[in-house]
Write a new protein. Structure first.
Lengths: 407, 234
């Protein structure tokens, strides 16, 4: 029997029972749509995390002031500024550390030309953008001399540019930060969202000395809230972490058995954890969706079994007039395959449409990858074969005389 | 002597039942030559249907041999049996056994599909067969839109589609009224007379059996009467 005849026969059988075919397909439609949608969301989340990690910089440590205990009372990190600017300099001298930058941070109101905007203000050193691998979009970053002299210069992020200047070129303009005038000398390139969801472009950076004089007025002189440090390579992360700890313990005169008054966090490790978490989440989503696909396949098998029972007489007639067992097998297998593949096609359209809808409405990044499409089509095909085979074999195994006698 | 079309020797068929084995056929030996018109008669349970299923290659004997056109059928695989049914044998049933969702044309074309014929060719041949049974105008009707007599004619067209040498008809007039029965039987006689198609007819009605030249009567799984006489035809 020729293949086109098989397709024709299957198509005829399916169109004869439209409602039933549609309901049978529905399981596959929902399953495939779920797989595509879930994988798109999972992939989107992974892309987002990857971008955040990339924007963070590589091989990073953040050293927070005042960890664990302070005179018996447990206080959160950063609350007691135990780290000094000299600590940062000493860290950057270490063999395994490329650069280190002290940061004093706080939020402040900016005013330009009657427009105001509240944002976070970082007082830091030129090493900060080196460590963070943060390029400039225009202008330049302040230098060591600016830090030493406490120059009133500022570098601003993209959000601040948009909010205060719109289309205007901010370079050379004077803004007021907590009333103190600062000249804008540079604009930072866009970084996007950080891992914890903050917008990294909503920022102003000024020399740390100027920040402590004019903006973070309650900060203790020469003390940093945290220090950002970059190890020379991924391999030296572990050594760097222990040498930084040892250095700070000796600088802070912490005796054996006493707790650190700082904490060193490996940001890269945190980022890797975040990436692993999203990966697990997307695998989880995909698995749940795949289960619904399998349920859809079982639905096809159920209906095919009912159909074989219902059409026993038809099978008998076909056998009597010359259908071989394999012709009957193929007839039912192709029917199941057609159902699952058409269901898959509709599911694909719905899934891709749904992914873009979710992306658009919820503002989530979604990514329909060729892999997920191939996977959905491949799995549907396998499901069609797998769940179609048993009913088809039952049909093919019928005894022609028994089949002819059935009503 | 030429090879007979059908030759059975000591044919036996058992069916397992709850109360042991039921012997439906208990040793049947006979020969049917090409071009014969045979009526197989007998009460229900006499073994005539079992015999026809065996001759029609729908079933295999428990013991004994069956040669169709010199070929030992019991040695054939189920695929080879299917091919044999497709090419050499046409079936006409009491209940017509048409596929209700297919048009008359598609029903007639079905055996040609299993013979591996391409779509257009088989539709043409099916149309020709329908015209031969006088239903050329009805080819796009489904069985439910046709009368009983018309349905049986579609079934005959289907049986003829692959130009087989034998037609087995199992109570072909059982569901038809007298006048329609007469038309169907006349058509069978004509096929046998003009085209030399071998006809094996199972019936329990004497007036239908009267169309055949040879009558074989079954009782309790054995042949109890086998006589040839002049047909009443036309």
């Amino acid at each position: 029997m020729i293949f086109s005849s098989l397709l024709e026969t299957a198509w005829h059988a399916l169109t004869t029972h439209r409602m039933r075919s549609f309901l049978t397909m529905l399981g596959m439609v929902i399953g495939v749509a779920a797989v595509i949608l879930m994988m798109a969301i999972g992939e989107g989340a992974q892309v987002m995390v990857r971008d955040s990690i990339k924007s963070m910089g590589s091989n990073l440590f953040i050293i927070m002031s005042g960890a664990s205990t302070s005179g018996g009372a447990r206080v959160p990190s950063g609350s007691a500024p135990t780290l000094t600017f000299d600590d940062a300099d000493a860290i950057s001298e270490l063999k395994d550390v490329l650069a280190a930058a002290p940061v004093s941070s706080g939020s402040a109101q900016l005013i330009y030309n009657g427009i105001n905007w509240s944002t976070s203000v970082f007082g830091t050193t030129p090493d900060y953008v080196v460590v963070r691998d943060w390029p400039m979009e225009s202008g330049g970053f302040f230098n060591e001399a600016d830090v030493r002299s406490g120059a009133r210069v500022a570098v601003i992020g993209q959000v601040v540019v948009r909010e205060l200047f719109g289309d205007e070129d901010p370079i050379g303009k004077i803004i007021r930060i907590k009333q103190a005038p600062f000249e804008i000398i540079g604009v930072l390139a866009a970084k996007g969202q950080s891992l914890d969801g903050r917008d990294q472009d909503d920022i102003v950076m000024v020399p740390i000395s100027s920040a402590q004089q004019k903006i973070h007025s309650n900060a203790i002189r020469n003390r940093a809230r945290f220090i950002m440090a970059q190890a020379v390579s991924e391999k030296s992360m572990e050594i760097a972490e222990s040498t930084i700890t040892d250095l700070l313990r000796s600088r802070h005169r912490i005796g054996v058995g006493q707790d650190d008054d700082f904490s060193v966090r490996n940001l890269t490790a945190i980022a890797e954890t975040a990436a692993a978490t999203t990966r697990i989440m997307s695998i989880l989503l995909g698995t749940i969706a795949a289960i619904s696909l399998v349920v859809g396949g079982i639905g096809i098998m159920n209906i095919m079994l009912v159909s074989v029972t219902e059409r026993t007489r038809e099978i008998g007639i076909r056998m009597a007039i010359g259908a071989r067992r394999r012709d009957v097998l193929w007839q039912f297998l192709i029917e199941a395959l057609t159902l699952s593949l058409i269901g898959c096609g509709i599911g694909l359209l719905l899934g891709v449409g749904g992914a873009f809808l979710v992306g658009g409405l919820a503002g989530l990044p979604v990514a329909v990858t060729p892999t997920s499409v191939l996977l959905a089509v491949g799995v549907s095909f396998l499901i069609g074969v797998f769940f179609g085979f048993y009913p088809a074999r039952r049909a093919a195994g019928l005894d022609p005389i028994e089949a002819l006698r059935s009503q | 002597m030429a090879t007979p079309l059908i030759e059975v020797v000591d044919l036996e068929k058992d069916y397992p039942t709850g109360a042991g084995v039921f012997q439906a056929l208990r040793g049947v030996s006979l020969v049917i030559a090409e071009g014969e018109f045979v009526a197989i008669m007998g009460a229900s349970g006499s073994g005539k249907s079992t015999f026809m299923n065996l001759l029609g290659c729908l079933d295999r004997p428990s013991r004994g041999s069956y040669h169709l056109n010199g070929q030992d059928v019991s040695r054939l695989s189920s695929d080879q049996l299917a091919a044999l049914r497709n090419r050499e044998i046409g079936f006409v049933f009491q209940g017509f056994n048409l596929l209700p969702k297919l048009t008359a044309l598609d029903n007639v074309a079905l055996p040609l599909m299993y013979a591996g014929m391409a779509r257009e060719a088989r539709r043409q041949q099916a149309q020709a067969m329908l015209e031969r049974v006088g239903l050329g105008e009805r080819s796009h009707h489904t069985p439910l839109q046709l009368s009983g007599g018309q349905q049986q004619r579609v079934a005959i067209a289907r049986a003829l589609a692959t130009r087989p040498r034998i037609i087995f008809a199992d109570e072909p007039t059982g569901n038809l009224d007298t006048e329609t029965s007469r038309q169907v039987m006349d058509f069978f006689s004509q096929l046998n007379r003009e085209e030399g198609i071998t006809l094996v007819l199972v019936t329990h009605e004497a007036d239908i059996a009267a169309y055949a030249r040879r009558r074989i009567r079954f009782q309790d799984g054995r042949v109890v009467e086998d006589q040839t006489r002049e047909a009443v035809a036309a």
